[in-house]
Design a protein around this ligand. Structure first.
Ligand code: GLU
Length: 485
């Protein structure tokens, strides 16, 4: 076989669902793994379902995850144009070719006529399909009616018996009885191709060798194959992907509002983590590896590793993976991603190196930052019971004496830097034979007003600065005094 050519062929009908993203990713990976070309084609024949801006979402999502197409609407290529609405004059001649060969025919049935016959057949308890009413119209009559300007469609002439089948790499042999297939419309009354027809013509004329897409197209594929046979064209290899499920019963659907790529990005997920997670939803490398960059995926991906059963989307696993990626960010990258959330929390003026040190192993999604650092800008109202900690050997009474020691010493400290504060506090603890924790716990509680904090007493003191630290330490001492300590 020549060069592998795969395509991602989205219809611009909305945002990029993680399922669409996975289709794009696998299609891309298959091409790249096999030294082939990845093509982007926009399937916009159904203008009624067109959502403005959706094409940009497709571009932005693919670019966001690092997928580059070799041919596509914006960059062109040998087989262009790559937008179906720009190819509309190309389809009718193919339909006429099928009419000549008796594999398709003109149909003049009006909507009213069809409705009436459908109602009749339903009354008889039959499942309606087009009754080939116009199949045998004499050629002259067809020509006369077309010339007279009567509206028409062109329908596929599906054999009345026999089977239509194909072999899918994932699903195996799929076949349907032709008697169950409708004579589907290929060209609509407005001259535009139907989605199904354009899809087949484009795959063939763009030289697509491997068709990879969601399994919702499994049922239409036998019908598509009849068209390949009618034209005498070589069929592509079909690789239908198993669905992504929300749980054992339900497919992840567009209604699962949060299953969109852009939503995850705006919720503070890293695109590298999303790609890594989505790649593993329905594919595995055959070993224990779990972390992959896009180039690593290009190397490792194979159809053999694609799962034959549906994958269940686990948001907690995605969040876990995101945390692993965040942990590995450099200080510079972490700060760049975190900055909008620092601004939101009002901590953007604080020392970003210390923030990085305190946060990067703790944050699982960037949007969690304001909640984690909120205490830095406003001291929570806390209870003195927080001064009690068994392991650090403190209680409110001990905390009161620790603060009595620490406050004047800190007030007299000439420099407010990490080493100076550290040496001062730990030096005092050592002098008095105290555990470090006995000194640091009360100071940290007074500085933070909460038990769990990113970073310890000294880091917090650096972040909020001398003045605010001393204010909070005094306030903590005062709180204890009011309680009788
Ligand atoms: N345009 C179809 C969609 O957006 C894809 C069809 C295909 O890949 O063949 O779902």
């Amino acid at each position: 076989m020549g060069t592998v050519r795969t395509r991602f062929a989205p219809s611009p009908t909305g945002f990029m669902h993680l399922g669409n993203l996975r289709s794009a990713l696998y299609t891309y990976l298959y091409a790249k793994h096999n030294g082939g070309r990845f093509i982007l084609r926009i399937e916009d024949t159904d203008q009624a379902r067109y959502v403005p801006g959706a094409v940009d979402v497709i571009y932005n999502t693919l670019r966001g995850i690092g997928i580059r197409w070799d041919e596509g609407p914006d960059i062109g290529g040998e087989y262009g144009p790559y937008v179906q609405s720009e190819r509309k004059d190309l389809y009718l001649p193919y339909a006429k070719q099928l009419v000549e060969a008796g594999k398709a025919y003109y149909c003049f049935c009006t909507k009213d006529e069809l409705d009436e016959r459908r109602a009749e057949s339903e009354k008889k308890g039959e499942v309606w399909k087009y009754d080939k009413h116009c199949l045998n119209l004499p050629k002259e009559e067809v020509e006369r009616r077309i010339a007279a300007g009567e509206p028409y469609v062109i329908r596929q002439n599906v054999p009345e018996s026999g089977e239509a089948s194909f072999d899918d790499i994932i699903y195996g042999h799929i076949s349907v009885d032709c008697s169950e297939l409708d004579d589907m419309i290929l060209i609509k009354a407005d001259g535009m191709p139907t989605y199904n027809f354009a899809n087949v013509i484009d795959d063939h004329t763009m030289g697509i060798t491997h068709v990879m897409r969601g399994n919702e197209y499994l049922a239409s594929t036998p019908k598509y194959n009849l068209l390949y046979e009618a034209f005498g064209w070589e069929k592509p290899v079909y690789i239908h992907m198993t669905p992504i499920m929300r749980d054992a019963q339900h497919k992840l659907s567009k209604r699962d509002g949060d299953a969109y790529y852009e939503d995850y990005i705006s919720k503070g997920y890293l695109s590298e983590a999303i790609v890594n997670y989505v790649a593993l939803l329905g594919w595995n490398p055959g070993d224990e590896r779990e972390f992959f960059t896009l180039p690593e995926l290009e190397k490792a991906f194979s159809v053999e590793g694609m799962s034959k059963s549906p994958a269940i989307f686990d948001p907690a696993k995605l969040t876990w993976m995101n945390q692993q990626y965040i942990k590995n960010l450099s200080e510079e990258d972490f700060t760049r991603y975190a900055m909008p959330y620092y601004k939101q929390a009002g901590v953007d003026g604080m020392n970003t190196s210390i923030l990085f040190k305190c946060l990067h192993e703790r944050v699982d999604v960037f949007t969690a930052i304001p909640g984690i650092v909120g205490f830095l800008t406003s001291l929570p109202d806390y209870d003195i019971s927080l001064f009690t900690n068994k392991k650090s050997k403190t209680d409110p009474g001990i905390a009161a004496s620790v603060l009595d020691l620490a406050i004047p010493a800190l007030e007299n400290l000439p420099a407010w830097d990490e080493t100076a504060v550290h040496d001062l506090l730990l030096g005092m603890a050592q002098e008095r034979g105290m555990k470090n924790g006995t000194m640091l716990w009360p100071v940290r509680i007074a500085l933070a007003g909460q038990e769990v904090t990113p970073g310890g007493a000294i880091e917090i003191a650096m972040l909020i600065g001398r003045e605010e630290s001393l204010r909070r330490l005094h306030a903590g001492r005062e709180k204890l005094r009011e309680a009788g300590y």
